[in-house]
Write a protein that binds this ligand. Structure first.
Ligand code: HEM
Length: 179
């Protein structure tokens, strides 16, 4: 599955090389940036999701502080689109979690090994859990805003929950893997 990989200082190394220890192989697996279809989708959809969330959060903050009227055709649509994009990203992430070759690190390193390794912990524990929490907050914000009648209240709920969700998402994105 692995091709020759550029590793460390830029030389090519084959994972089939007999001198490679199991530890080196796991390291290669962890740093491997070859992407499958699901990871590619998750990677590109992330741009749209984050962009939509930024737009929705800024729109709600401006609506709140400028006491704007809540327009169904515009404000509802913006926050709904952000919600839908986030949920789609969640579903892709869920599939990716189990199809990613990183998943086998659970059995290869064990729970203790994954938790001790910074990158494995980020990809397999921190990123998914923080993002699920963020998506729950965004969903709560959406349903709370729907139950409120006045514009300021609606904007307030979206502004608070979407911004909090966005901050959580940004805090645990594997930036080095992504960009
Ligand atoms: C809105 C929510 C999310 C955003 C914005 C997001 C964004 C990202 C980004 C930008 C990457 C790096 C992609 C790359 O290497 O090019 C990534 C990786 C990953 N994400 Fe997410 N993600 C989200 C939710 C989730 C969820 C809910 C899960 C799992 C339940 C998940 C599982 C993963 C996994 C396993 C990787 C690492 C893939 C690998 O390198 O093998 N993500 N995510």
């Amino acid at each position: 599955m692995y091709k020759n990989l550029t590793f460390g200082w830029g030389f090519f190394i084959s994972p089939y090389h007999p001198s490679l220890s199991q530890k080196s192989l796991l390291l290669i697996k962890l740093k491997n940036k070859d992407m499958g279809i699901v990871q590619t989708l998750h990677s590109y959809w992330a741009y749209l999701t984050l962009a939509m969330l930024v737009i929705a959060a800024i729109n709600a903050i401006m609506g709140y502080f400028n006491s704007k009227p809540y327009i169904m055709g515009k404000d509802l649509r913006i926050s709904l689109f952000a919600l839908i994009f986030t949920h789609i990203q969640f579903l892709i992430g869920l599939v990716l979690y189990f199809v990613s070759e990183r998943f086998s690190l659970w059995s290869e390193l064990g729970v203790g090994g994954v938790m001790k390794n910074e990158l494995a912990r980020l990809l397999l524990v921190e990123h998914p859990l923080t993002n699920i929490l963020a998506i729950i907050l965004i969903t709560i914000g959406w349903s709370k805003h729907k139950k409120i009648e006045n514009a300021k209240g609606k904007f307030g709920k979206i502004a608070f929950f979407y911004t909090l969700g966005l901050v959580l998402l940004l805090a645990r994105i594997p930036w080095d893997q992504w960009l």
